[in-house]
Write a protein that binds this ligand. Structure first.
Ligand SMILES: *Cc1c(COP(=O)(O)O)cnc(C)c1O
Length: 235
C-alpha cells in the first residue's frame, strides 16, 4: 500500500472557497452554509487531519465502518456525526446512541425505533426526511407526495427533531434538470414548514453540483470526492 502523504489542506481550502463563492453569487450569507465532509471509505486519520484544520461536521454512510471510526476518534470528542446512508433496523441503535444527525429518514418504522432508542441523556436526534427527487426506482427516499404523512408522524416523536429535507440529485442531470430538482426541494421545505415550523435545513449538493444546490437554497452540502479524492471500494 502506498503511504498517503498528501495534505488535505489544498482541497479543503478549495472546497470552502467554492462554497463561499457560490453563496456570494446567490447573494446569500456564506455563514448560513454548512459543509459536511463525507468521509466514507477514508480512514480515521483523514478525518483527524480535517478536524485539525477546523472541520467538525462529518458524514458517513456505512454504520459499521462509521462506528469503528468513532472508537478511533475518541481524541476528537466534539465531532458532529451526520449519517447519510441507509439504516437497517438492526443498526438503528448505533445511530440513536452516537449520531447527531440522520439525513436519510424515509420510513415511520425507523423513526419510531430511533425515538425509542435515543438515550435520555442526549438531545433529540436531528433528522431530515430524504426525498427521492429524481423519482428513480433505484434511489432511496420517499415520493414527495408522501411527505406530509411522514412529517406529521415524525413531528410527534419527542426524541427526534425534524430539521428539514435531504436529496441526492440525478447523477447525470444537466443544469436545467438539476435546477428543477433542487428548486422543487425548496418548495417541499416550504410545505414542510407548515407542519414543522422550525424546519430550516435543506441538505443537498455534492462535489459535482454544490454550486447549483447553493443557488437553489441548500443549507448543508455533503462533499466527499472534492475533499478526500476518489473512493476505492473493496471488491
Ligand atoms: C458519498 C455521498 C456524498 C458525497 O458525494 P461526492 O460526490 O463524493 O461529493 C454525498 N451524499 C451522499 C448521500 C453520499 O452517499
Amino acid at each position: 500500500m502506498m503511504e498517503n502523504t498528501m495534505s488535505l489542506l489544498p482541497a479543503y481550502t478549495e472546497v470552502r472557497q467554492r462554497i463561499v463563492q457560490a453563496a456570494l453569487n446567490a447573494r446569500r450569507d456564506p455563514g448560513s452554509l454548512q459543509l459536511i465532509a463525507v468521509s466514507k471509505t477514508f480512514p480515521a486519520d483523514d478525518i483527524r487531519e480535517l478536524y485539525g484544520l477546523g472541520q467538525r461536521d462529518f458524514g458517513e454512510n456505512y454504520i459499521q465502518e462509521w462506528w469503528q471510526k468513532t472508537e478511533q476518534l475518541a481524541d476528537c470528542p466534539d465531532i458532529c456525526w451526520h449519517i447519510i446512508g441507509q439504516v437497517q433496523s438492526n443498526k438503528s441503535r448505533y445511530v440513536a446512541e452516537r449520531a447527531h444527525w440522520l439525513h436519510t429518514l424515509d420510513n415511520v418504522k425507523l423513526a419510531r425505533r430511533l425515538n425509542n432508542q435515543r438515550p435520555e441523556h442526549l438531545p433529540p436526534l436531528q433528522v431530515c426526511i430524504e426525498i427521492n427527487i429524481a423519482q428513480d426506482a433505484n434511489k432511496h427516499g420517499i415520493a414527495a407526495e408522501a411527505l406530509d404523512d411522514l412529517a406529521r408522524e415524525v413531528a410527534g416523536l419527542p426524541r427526534l427533531k425534524l430539521r428539514g429535507l435531504m436529496c441526492v440529485a440525478q447523477a447525470d442531470a444537466d443544469e436545467t434538470v438539476l435546477r428543477q430538482q433542487f428548486t422543487a426541494m425548496r418548495q417541499h421545505l416550504a410545505r414542510l414548514q407548515t407542519i414543522a415550523p422550525h424546519a430550516d435545513t435543506l441538505s443537498m449538493g455534492m462535489s459535482g453540483d454544490l454550486e447549483c444546490a447553493i443557488a437553489c437554497g441548500a443549507t448543508m452540502v455533503r462533499i466527499g470526492t472534492a475533499l478526500f479524492g476518489r473512493r476505492h471500494y473493496p471488491k
